[in-house]
Ligand binder design. Structure first.
Ligand code: UDP
Length: 355
């Protein structure tokens, strides 16, 4: 049995690493990895491959730095070539990036079965490129691996139970598999000598591409940092914007983007997370930290419903209020919201069974 895995962005490397480890247990399955190159920084992506022990990509498409249409179009063309050559039984795609939709679309046009990991997530905000990618990918996938019950319900509400070619499987979240696996391999970043800090990441286009939002967020983080240290691995896109807009970040401990093992260390040693990342909201929960989400909505509604996460957008008052409420909060993180680390097992079992 042959699987072509299409990945290209940071969170996908982490998710694919968890599933690849499970695939490796079955010598009869051959996994071919296609790296689209979408990730912003070749060095960072090399670090990810090395430290996460992802098998080296069999194909590196080197497609990046383009507008959405051009990027997705080039990926579609190149992935199609790979699929025609490799003739896999399955194409495996992750999450909600341009690499995800390009992989799924190339496969479905060639009548190759597609499995989507992280299916069914919705923010209901069609201005997000991620939302468009996930809806379209789900619609043409054959196996839909849902990380949460809410994701299953979203698909049912959209009529997926009526699509004869699509099978919904509640697998749980592969990010939890990864968090459990890498927990003991955490590495302290060289230049961080703090404890009980707020860990922050800001990179979403809805924030970085909006001058008011990015200014308000950094003004507020800079204010909070006077009281509680804020450590912020800075995404290159955000770095550029901060410089262009001349935004003051003088109280914030800004560091370079870190590898995943360092991120795990930062998560474990932080007291709270403030982010606009999807993945980090869940990782905050896995590492038992309260989270404040600097977006107007989240796909991970169960975190909000259970009080682990507060959605505050880019509004100074809301951010400060949530910070006051969350800074000394005592939460019980024992709830099983994401399947407890068994997602990769369920995914690979299903792929083998459905061959
Ligand atoms: N991450 C990392 N280094 C960083 C920033 C993030 O390893 O400097 C990890 C983070 O822990 C999470 C994933 O990258 O597992 C999330 O990626 P990102 O925020 O880019 O994407 P999203 O989850 O929003 O799709």
């Amino acid at each position: 049995m042959k699987i072509v895995t299409v990945i290209g962005a940071r969170p996908q490397f982490i998710k694919a690493a968890a599933v690849s480890r499970e695939i490796e247990k079955y010598p009869q399955i051959k996994e071919i990895i296609v790296h689209t190159g979408q990730h912003f920084d070749a060095n960072m992506s090399d670090i990810f491959f090395k430290e996460l022990h992802i098998p080296k990509p069999d194909y590196n498409l080197d497609i990046h730095g383009l507008n959405h249409g051009a990027m997705t179009g080039q990926m579609l063309e190149k992935i199609e070539e790979v699929l025609i050559k490799e003739k896999p039984d399955w194409v495996l795609v992750y999450g909600d990036t341009n690499s995800t939709i390009a992989g799924a679309l190339a496969a479905s046009k060639l009548h190759i079965k597609t499995a989507h990991v992280e299916a069914g997530l919705r923010s209901f905000n069609m201005r997000m490129p991620e939302e468009i990618n996930r809806i379209l990918t789900d619609r043409i996938s054959n196996l839909l691996f849902c990380p949460t019950q809410k994701a299953v319900e979203n698909l049912k509400n959209e009529g997926f139970e009526n699509f004869s070619f699509a099978k919904i499987v509640k697998s749980g979240d592969v990010m939890q598999d990864a968090a459990l696996f890498y927990e003991n391999l955490a590495k302290k970043p060289k230049n961080v000598n703090l404890e009980n800090f707020i860990l922050s990441t800001i990179h979403r286009a809805e924030n970085t591409d909006n001058e008011n939002r990015i200014t308000e967020i950094f003004k507020t983080l800079n204010e909070i940092a006077k009281e509680t240290p804020v450590v912020l691995p800075l995404h290159p896109r955000t770095k550029k914007i901060l410089k262009n807009l001349n935004i003051n970040t003088s109280n914030i401990n800004i560091i370079e983007p870190v590898g995943y093992l360092q991120m795990v260390w930062l998560l474990k040693n932080s007291k709270m997370v403030m982010t606009d990342s999807g993945g980090l909201q869940k990782e905050a929960f896995f590492f038992k930290k309260p989270c404040i989400t600097l977006r107007d909505e989240t796909e991970w509604v169960e975190l909000v419903e259970n009080g682990f996460n507060k959605i505050v957008g880019a509004n100074r008052e809301k951010i400060l209020k949530a910070y006051q409420e969350m800074k000394d909060i005592n939460l019980d993180f024992s709830k099983d919201l994401y399947g407890g680390g068994k997602a990769s097992k369920i995914i690979v079992k299903e792929l083998r069974g459905e061959q």
